[in-house]
Design a protein around this ligand. Structure first.
Ligand SMILES: [Fe+2]
Ligand SMILES: [Fe+2]
Length: 248
């Protein structure tokens, strides 16, 4: 079981307040990743260094709001702040995991195959968190705050979703998130059609992101990744119906 260790708790206590306040890349995201990692480790019967895995998950997105290459910044922060708490081997593993967690290029698969198991787990669970209903919201939130133009956005995101899924390391990851992957993908594929309700929702959410965001708050209240939420299409429809009413 993947429970927080004394060492990971110690590091957690030193992280900045913004980390705990962030909806998409902070502690909430990390907590969901830990839950997914726990499931994956069990399914694949992986042997891991818990401290390495937990600390990599906690720190990987620390500078995500700064933009691209945030893995480099997090690795540097780790080296400066916490490296003395770990053995040389652990240090190398954490730095590798954090540094390459965002490398979704298909050409990188071969290199990642040679990486430490903790790096592969972080990569998979991080991508899995971009799927499902939660993934839809994370995409909208992140791309809106990066001010990516709405025109062509659905196509851009659909491609990103496909490359995340294709480059997952473990077969168990693929089976675990397959339905959630399809939910996110179909949302953005369908939303290309202007009259489609998903597109309307996307447009509304996107344009109002900077205003009040009850839908994100509702999401935040979901403490953990809802693994089975994709099973019921009614659940999804209900969810969006409720959100849509927020703007009527
Ligand atoms: Fe990241
Ligand atoms: Fe992440």
């Amino acid at each position: 079981m993947l429970r927080m260790t004394e060492l990971s708790e110690k590091i957690l206590k030193k992280l900045p307040m913004e980390y705990f306040e962030s909806i998409d890349h902070g502690y909430k995201h990390s907590k969901d990743l830990i839950l997914l990692a726990e499931i994956l480790v069990e399914m694949e019967m992986l042997k891991v260094d818990k401290n390495v895995l937990l600390v990599s998950i906690l720190l990987h997105d620390l500078f995500a709001d700064v933009g691209k290459k945030h893995g480099d910044l997090a690795a540097k922060y780790f080296k400066e702040q916490f490296s003395e708490l770990f053995s040389q081997e652990q240090r190398a593993k954490i730095i590798e995991a954090v540094l390459y967690h965002d490398e979704k290029n298909a050409n990188f698969i071969e290199t990642r195959n040679k990486h430490f198991v903790e790096s592969k787990i972080l990569y998979d669970v991080d991508n899995m968190d971009a799927f499902g209903i939660k993934g839809v919201y994370r995409y909208i939130k992140v791309y809106a705050s990066r001010k990516v133009p709405l025109l062509g956005l659905s196509e851009l995101i659909a491609k990103n979703i496909i490359s995340r899924y294709k480059t997952l390391c473990f077969e168990s990851s693929k089976s675990l998130c397959h339905q959630a992957y399809l939910v996110a993908l179909s949302f953005f594929e369908k939303s290309r059609e202007l009259e489609n309700s998903e597109y309307r929702i996307l447009k509304i959410l996107y344009e109002n992101y900077h205003c009040s965001i009850p839908e994100l708050m509702a999401l935040v209240k979901q403490e953990t990744y809802v693994l089975n939420s994709h099973k019921s299409i009614n659940y999804i429809n209900q969810f969006f119906d409720t959100l849509y009413q927020c703007y009527e």
